[in-house]
Design a protein around this ligand. Structure first.
Ligand code: NAP
Length: 288
């Protein structure tokens, strides 16, 4: 049987998810607060529901993709909506915290509603593509049962574990790695512009260094796993000194140093605790 999937949310991500399901032949119903966004999907074959309750009544599965958990929880917990969801499955792909996922799953269980939580680790234009990763958490039996249609959304459809908070936890743990690179490159761009380095030249060097940085990141994880902080190709003191150069360049050119000052505080704190000759990964103890 082909599932009928109702999507709550036709924003950027909801639109991409709906189109991916339509393209693969799934029946879809869409509800969105602003009707015009859902109407655009009606022209592609989705049914537009007038309310969350109507959407929940029409479908076997309700996929939630809204701005935040508070909005999602308020809509789902309305008594009429909760009644319409009884016996059905919620797949919650809205970003949130592990605690929010666990709380919503507990509420769902109490109301005889099945629940899977998920985290989309890709932008909307990757939805449905082989490189797209979506993590799920919750009952493994439920995940296995739903896997067929979930694979319409992402080439990598991965069950993170039975604990329903795990997808949200991994979402934040992976996003912070991404932000580290994005914030870092903003400083690189600022220094390049201040020092008259063409940005295409800078981009070429960033690309060439990417594998080295990727290996360095994995090395940090491995060292923390094995508590191997004593041997190192570059000490915390070496990193601290190099960061001093960057902070000086920023000061000379009037570039905001807020994030770099935070890096410096962590490195200095490690030195003050006698870790100056340890590996960078020893900073994990300072951060925790
Ligand atoms: P978006 O384009 O801003 O869409 C937000 C959605 O939430 C819209 O459907 C919007 O309805 C709805 N909404 C906002 N406030 C509401 C309220 N008070 N009541 C009812 N509906 C409300 O955002 P998005 O990019 O689709 O993101 C949706 C989720 O996907 C977020 O949790 C985000 O973290 C996650 N995500 C996004 C990306 C990405 O690259 N975009 C990647 C991974 C995960 P209206 O149309 O009426 O405003």
């Amino acid at each position: 049987m082909t599932q009928h999937i109702a999507l709550l949310g036709a924003g950027r991500m909801g639109t991409a998810l709906t189109l991916s399901l339509i393209e693969r032949g799934y029946k879809t119903t869409v509800w969105n607060r602003t009707r015009a966004r859902a109407d655009a999907l009606a022209r592609r074959g989705a049914y537009v529901a007038e309310s969350v309750v109507e959407a929940a009544k029409r479908a076997d599965i309700v996929l939630v993709i809204l701005n935040d958990y508070e909005t999602a929880a308020a809509l789902l917990k309305a008594p009429e909506a909760a009644a319409a969801l009884r016996g059905k499955l919620i797949v919650q792909l809205t970003s949130g915290t592990p605690a929010q996922a666990r709380a919503l799953a507990a509420w769902a269980r109490k109301h005889d509603i099945r629940y899977l939580d998920g985290a989309i680790m890709a932008p909307p234009d990757l939805i449905g593509k082989p490189d797209c990763l979506i993590l799920y958490a919750g009952a493994s039996g439920e995940f296995a049962e739903q896997r067929g249609w979930l694979e319409a959304l992402a080439g990598h459809t991965v069950h993170a574990g039975e604990d329903v908070g795990l997808a949200a936890a991994l979402d934040s743990a992976l996003l912070v790695n991404y932000w580290g690179a994005l914030f870092g490159v903003l400083y690189g761009v600022a220094v390049s512009q201040a020092e008259q380095i063409p940005l295409d030249v800078y981009a070429g060097h960033v690309r060439a260094l990417s594998p080295v940085i990727a290996d360095g990141v994995i090395d940090v994880i491995e060292r923390v796993r094995s508590s191997n902080f004593a041997t190192t190709p570059a000490t915390i003191e070496t990193h601290r000194a190099a960061l001093t150069h960057l902070r000086e360049i920023c000061a000379q050119h009037g570039i905001d140093r807020g994030i770099l000052d935070a890096f410096h505080r962590v490195l200095q704190s490690a030195s003050d605790r006698g870790l100056a000759q340890h590996d960078f990964s020893a900073l994990s103890g300072i951060i925790r």
